[in-house]
Ligand binder design. Structure first.
Ligand code: NDP
Ligand code: OXD
Length: 315
């Protein structure tokens, strides 16, 4: 009988219970070990399951067959200089993840579009303050940076609410009712017609800092920004400046350059910025365990696992 495969679950100890049960359920014949046993077992570890590996961990695992990322974005793994560039890296792609993120985006689009903060402030003062929509839905243009697995579902949901939706990606897309802009050359016209800009790009060398003063200047006056992708996409000081000068109406941010967001960050208390703690879409442990078990089975059969990351491209 062949040896069982060994999986290292590299998540902070408070989270391991959350992931271990589903992984044991879907991979009943595997040896599952936690961070505490990683050093002693390093040479026997076949598969690493992680999101942001601890410094030095990848360098210590000489016999890895593959890495499974617990999230959709693999920037936290690729940022590690010890990640072997030829090692298969799989990211998490699942309808449940896209759905959670689409809910988050739709909710924050509607909070802005419907002026909910105005009504919250009125309620806090026991005031009955009626006000019509600032802009008609049919006239509100939403631009989605990144029309991939998640961006496409967000675009479809917003389109179904009668917003005017466009998407920007590297390659041209064909999504019913959603206009596609592609490549660096079409970024400026895409931005010029985005009253609400939603970032759902992967963080790569090309997209790092893409939400900056130049980008904001190309948005229409009064535009709103939602960043649910990665903190590295946003130059936070440029956002605050564009809001404080009155060019942008505000922003919702789920991701930050430094996470957890430091208590002294000006973003926490800015009256026109909503902060959430990287919860736009949380990976479902059972869905992830199922995907990992399918990936491990494929690799053990000598076949490619689904959702392998193109390392050169960075996503
Ligand atoms: P995908 O890889 O499916 O989609 C990425 C999209 O970005 C593609 O359309 C791609 O274009 C486009 N893109 C990439 N690079 C460029 C570029 N240089 N110029 C233009 N377009 C580009 O990713 P997902 O939709 O699955 O996930 C997107 C991101 O969402 C993740 O990387 C992660 O950072 C973030 N995320 C955040 C979560 C949260 O809780 N806040 C949860 C889950 C994900 P093309 O299709 O042409 O290749
Ligand atoms: C992800 C995330 O990339 O949780 O899935 O941010």
């Amino acid at each position: 009988m062949s040896e069982p495969v060994t999986l290292l679950l590299d998540v902070p100890s408070g989270w391991s219970g959350h992931w271990a049960g589903p992984l044991r359920e879907y991979l009943p014949h595997a040896r599952l070990i936690g961070q505490e046993d990683a050093a002693a077992e390093a040479a026997r570890i076949d598969y690493l399951v992680t999101f942001r590996p601890r410094k030095g961990l990848l360098a210590s695992l000489a016999n890895l067959k593959a890495v499974f990322c617990l999230g959709a974005g693999v920037d936290g793994i690729l940022a590690d200089p010890d990640f072997p560039r030829d090692l298969p890296l799989m990211r998490f792609v699942d309808r449940s993840l896209s759905r959670e993120l689409a809910q988050y985006v739709v909710m924050h689009v509607l909070i802005f579009h419907r002026g909910q903060r105005y009504f919250d402030a009125a309620q806090a003062m026991n005031k009955w303050r009626q006000r019509p929509l600032v802009r008609r839905t049919e006239d509100t243009r939403i631009g989605i940076l990144g029309l991939g697995e998640i961006g496409t579902m967000c675009a479809e949901r917003l389109r179904d609410l009668d917003f005017v939706v466009t998407g920007w990606s590297r390659s041209r897309k064909s999504v019913a009712g959603v206009e596609s802009f592609a490549g660096a050359g079409e970024l400026a016209p895409f931005l010029a017609r985005s009253d609400i800009l939603v970032c759902l790009l992967p963080l790569t060398a090309e997209t790092l800092g893409i939400l900056n003063a130049k980008t904001f200047a190309l948005l229409p006056k009064g535009a709103f920004v939602i960043n649910a992708a990665r903190g590295g996409h946003l130059v936070e000081a440029d956002l605050v400046d564009a809001i404080d000068r009155g060019h942008l109406a505000g922003a919702t941010l789920d991701v930050f350059q430094h996470e957890p967001l430091p208590a002294e960050s000006v973003l926490w208390n800015h009256p026109k910025i909503t902060v959430t703690p990287h919860i736009a879409a949380i990976t479902d442990p059972r869905a992830a365990a199922r995907a990992i078990s399918e990936g491990v089975a494929a690799i053990e059969r000598g076949e490619p696992a689904p959702h392998r990351v193109d390392i050169a491209r960075g996503y």
